[in-house]
Ligand binder design. Structure first.
Ligand code: PLP
Length: 376
């Protein structure tokens, strides 16, 4: 099976899994335990926390809080800082931001405001800034879009938002960027969400990076773990596996970035241009290529490719729980429903090989031509 749906989830890194195994078989203790084994675990978690943070942020200005997933990190950021007034986000966000924003309205907490996207998938920054006023308590913008791979200049956005309203808390959903793109967070970013399973970690482990001087109210109350900001006995195995996976990912981040950029261009070069339209341009994350088979249904193509041994995604969310047939992100970029219906998301990982790329292109052309001919 060729797996090219890595934006949805990645295969857990096996080396990291084996390195972390001792946290299940031997070091299974409670890290908050008062015995020396507990203390030892706490200091190992501290080291992991510091390394995970230092990869993208200045350790003197930011800190790293472990959570259970990117969704939890986003929810904590949004519900902790949305207050009376308005909260601004973009039309391209993942449902882990859009659903909490809808809930802000349902609960009467804050008025949600949505900035439009440009054709290239990035948020229209001027329109985003125009939504920020003196009553904006929170702004949430994604770093890399999970459907198109479009990259927002979040450091610049955060700077401009703070210039307009220094009290607005800036949250960035960095789930599709962490461990994939080279960057360092600007001091104007208050909160930044990451998730382990997008980069070889396990599902059920995430993090919320926060500016040190910002007081983060707890979202989960309980035993006071994570400095009282996120209670719940730490998932030591998951955290340590994430830590080992991250050390590996960042060691080859730049080389992987270039190699995958080559793969993405190779896929596009090989696809039948009479059928496929390119959605992700050259400036997007090399980990994601979004294309549309205009006039064909992406979902049918996904199943046909699946039968031939290729796993990819469609544009309609990264799950089978999508409520609408068309991807709202692709529509928000200005494409029509016919194009949105045919979207396929091909997403890579550093484990992807050139042979897999070549086979995948062959399968995609074959199934798309097959479906097109059947529809004549
Ligand atoms: N944000 C983005 C941009 C995502 O792509 C995802 C997962 O698909 C999430 C948030 C949610 O992350 P998790 O699956 O860790 O809850």
């Amino acid at each position: 099976m060729i797996y090219l749906d890595n934006a949805a989830t990645t295969k857990p890194d096996e080396g990291a899994f084996l390195q972390a195994k001792e946290y299940v078989t031997q070091k299974f203790y409670n890290p908050s335990g008062l015995y020396k084994e507990g203390f030892a675990l706490q200091s190992e978690l501290k080291k992991a926390r510091s390394v995970l943070l230092s990869k993208v942020a200045d350790e003197t200005a930011f800190e790293f809080i472990f959570t259970s997933c990117g969704t939890e990190s986003n929810n904590q950021a949004i519900f902790s800082f949305a207050r009376r007034g308005n909260a601004v986000t973009t039309a391209g966000e993942h449902s882990a931001v859009l659903a909490p924003f809808a809930e802000l309205k349902n609960r009467g907490i804050a008025e949600p405001r949505y900035a439009p996207l440009q054709k290239d998938g990035r948020v229209d920054v001027q329109k985003l800034l125009a939504l920020v006023d003196d009553k904006t308590c929170l702004l949430s913008v994604m770093h890399v879009n999970n459907e198109t791979g479009a990259i927002n200049d979040v450091n610049q956005i955060a700077k401009e938002v703070k210039r307009k309203n220094p009290r607005t808390i800036v949250h960035v959903d960095g789930v599709q960027a962490y461990g994939k793109l080279p960057y360092k967070l600007a001091k104007e970013i208050d909160l930044y969400s990451v998730s382990a399973h997008k980069i070889g970690g396990l599902k059920g482990v995430g993090g919320l990076i926060k500016r040190k001087s910002l007081t983060l109210p707890p979202y989960l109350f309980g035993g006071g773990q994570e400095g009282g900001r996120r209670s719940g006995t730490e998932n030591t195995f998951g955290i340590m596996q994430f830590f080992y996976a991250v050390e590996k990912k960042f060691a080859s981040l730049k080389a992987d970035y270039e190699r995958l950029r080559g793969y993405r261009e190779k896929v596009w070069a090989g696809l039948d241009k009479d059928i496929f339209l390119r959605i992700s341009d050259e400036n997007t994350s090399p980990y994601i290529l979004s294309v549309a088979a205009v006039g064909l249904r992406g979902e049918i193509l996904l199943h046909m490719a699946n039968d031939k041994g290729l796993i990819i995604g469609t544009g309609s969310a990264c799950s089978s729980n999508a409520k609408t047939r068309y991807s709202r992100v692709i529509l928000a970029c200005g494409y029509d429903e016919k194009t949105a219906d045919g979207v396929l998301r091909i997403s890579f990982s550093p484990e992807t090989t050139e042979e897999e790329i070549e086979s995948a292109v062959g399968i995609l052309n074959e199934v798309a031509n097959d479906l097109k001919n059947r529809m004549k």
